[in-house]
Design a protein around this ligand. Structure first.
Ligand SMILES: C[S@@+](CC[C@H](N)C(=O)[O-])C[C@H]1O[C@@H](n2cnc3c(N)ncnc32)[C@H](O)[C@@H]1O
Ligand code: SF4
Length: 391
């Protein structure tokens, strides 16, 4: 195969510790016992980056996302030192978006000003809900007043470009409760809102022991519809299944995932995706998940690459691109996968007939999910699964 045009290159940095593990969460996050090994972990991240830097192949980093876990357990000065060290290994684009995930329970006065001085340009704050009883059941370590105080601090620190994470379809929540949460979030004037339906993940406390009073599917769909309208009325445009933004405040880092761009994954359990790991071949990487093992040797272990077979590429591309309300264009599919557009003809016709996808009006080469397709997104994506002999 011929080499792929190099897509933008982003960087994901994982921070695996939290004050307390939330019962619904299946991210690679671990309750911190004892002292945070702050400097040791920063050193490991830098060593990991040094190993992965050649994968950037000269590209400047277009965005950085510090996710968790709870990156805001790390002091602003530590984050500043980290960014400085990473910048020496891989150059960042001059206006690169640099996001830090923060838990409102870890934010004391002045902390956001410190993060901004360290180079952070965007913050994602885990609000989840504003109802005290919900925060309690979700095992959160903060109150709704902590979230309000954190949002005020963000504005005061000049970090108005922040996201709030909210969840809905919570135990014993009714439609009015879900709408109240949205209104309380919008009152804090975030630039961006992520609105997730609570899912019961295997391997979590909620997965093993589902909480009583969970809304049924119909009520959850009603909540989504009404909350969507409320968020739109507040001046936020939905651009992805769960993401809403004021004009120009879409998350550049997540857009790169959804547009099937490249990224290095640095830190415990971090995933990466890279084009041209061999000629015309796309590969994925994953780091050691367990924080102590990552610290002991995982950060410096040779990078294992898993190649994505050509037959799997349409599905892998669509799992990302179809999340976008605006869908994708022919050209993006071809340049990001190296496959011909004709590979998609049969599933696109079938999905058009089922009313799940439509070609974008006035743009003959673009496709997007219909409203029905947005509701049954997994069905739409499944059309692109490879057909394997004997299966
Ligand atoms: C990686 S977490 C990090 C946020 C940060 N540690 C915090 O909780 O404050 C990102 C977001 O995913 C969402 N999330 C996590 N588990 C979820 C689940 N089971 N169902 C729906 N959303 C979930 C939450 O809204 C959470 O804020
Ligand atoms: S939701 Fe956030 S704070 Fe809670 S365990 Fe997951 S990563 Fe940690």
């Amino acid at each position: 195969m011929s080499p792929l045009a190099a897509p933008p290159m982003a960087l994901y940095l994982h921070f695996p510790w939290c004050v307390r593990k939330c019962p619904y969460c299946d991210f690679n996050s671990h309750t911190l016992h004892g002292q945070l090994p702050q400097q040791q972990y920063l050193d490991a991240l830098v060593a990991d980056m040094a190993l992965q830097a050649p994968l950037a192949r000269g590209r400047q980093i277009s965005s950085i996302f510090m996710g968790g876990g709870t990156p805001s357990l790390f002091a602003p000065e530590a984050i500043g030192r980290l960014l400085e060290a990473l910048g020496k290994l891989v150059p960042f684009q001059p206006k690169a978006e640099i996001t830090l995930e923060a838990n409102p329970g870890t934010i004391e006065r002045g902390r956001f000003a410190g993060y901004r001085a360290a180079g952070i340009t965007r913050v994602s704050l885990g609000a989840q809900s504003f109802a005290p009883a919900q925060l309690e059941r979700l095992g959160r370590i903060h109150s709704s007043d902590d979230t309000r105080a954190a949002a005020a601090e963000l504005h005061a620190a000049g970090l108005g470009n922040f996201n709030l994470d909210l969840m809905y379809a919570l135990p014993d929540q009714d439609l009015a409760g879900a709408l109240e949460d949205v209104r309380a979030a919008l009152a804090l004037e975030p630039a961006h809102l992520s609105h997730y339906q609570l899912t019961l993940e295997p391997g979590t406390v909620f997965g093993a022991l589902p909480p009583a009073g969970l809304p049924d599917e119909d009520l959850a769909a009603q909540m989504q519809e009404h909350c969507q309208a409320e968020i739109a009325a507040g001046g936020y445009r939905q651009y992805e299944v769960s993401a809403y933004a004021r004009t120009g405040a879409e998350c550049a880092h997540n857009l790169n995932y959804w547009n099937f761009g490249d990224y290095c994954g640095v830190g415990a359990g971090a995933h990466g995706k890279l084009s041209d790991v061999g000629p015309g071949t796309i590969g994925r990487t994953q780091r050691e998940r367990e924080p102590r093992r990552y610290l002991a040797s995982g950060a410096q272990a040779p990078l294992a690459l898993r190649e994505i077979a050509d037959a799997d590429l349409p599905f892998e591309f669509m799992m990302n691109a179809l999340r976008l309300v605006e869908g994708f264009e022919e050209d993006l599919f071809e340049t990001r996968t190296g496959l011909a557009w004709s590979e998609l003809s049969a599933p696109l016709v079938r999905l058009g007939e089922r009313g799940l996808l439509e070609s974008i009006p006035g743009n003959r080469s673009g496709w997007r999910p219909t409203e029905l397709g947005q509701r049954f997104l997994n069905d739409a994506i499944a059309e692109f699964l490879p057909t394997r002999p004997g299966v």
